[in-house]
Design a protein. Structure first.
Length: 142
């Protein structure tokens, strides 16, 4: 009886350890850029608080524009829900250009191609599932 309990416990521990060790890889492809220069700057959020700038993002990155697209692969992610905010830094100054009223002058987009209405697309519209293993997500920037 003790041996059976011990073996069951060890089997459960092995399953838990294997599940915890599973990681995800996410390749994000940005398409639709009309200016074939600069880079796409983006942040990857793993919570609504992070997406709303109330907590640090899970990751950030820069994907150089090549032709009408750019791509970046993020590794070592935990499976779960994520959302991306991105903009095309056409002039290469490292910040989103805005007009005197604060409206963006450089192209931007959100994961799921979620629309922006009087501000960023909401988390619920931009969030997508990342599973263990390889994942691909495409975003159109226009």
């Amino acid at each position: 009886m003790i041996l059976r309990t011990l073996l069951a416990g060890l089997a459960g521990l092995c399953l838990t350890t294997t599940a915890a060790a599973e990681t995800a890889e996410l390749t994000v492809t940005f398409k639709g850029m009309t200016a074939h220069q600069g880079a796409i700057l983006f942040v990857l959020s793993d919570s609504e608080a992070s997406y709303d700038n109330k907590a640090p993002p899970r990751a950030s990155g820069m994907a150089p524009v090549r032709g009408a697209e750019a791509s970046q692969t993020l590794t070592g992610l935990a499976p779960g829900r994520y959302a991306i905010k991105a903009f095309h830094d056409v002039d290469g100054d490292g910040k989103m250009g805005t007009n005197p009223f604060g409206m963006p002058t450089e192209p931007f987009a959100f994961s799921n191609d979620a629309p922006a209405v009087m501000g960023p697309a909401p988390w619920a519209a931009a969030a997508f599932e990342v599973k263990a293993g390889r994942n691909v997500h495409q975003i159109t920037i226009d």
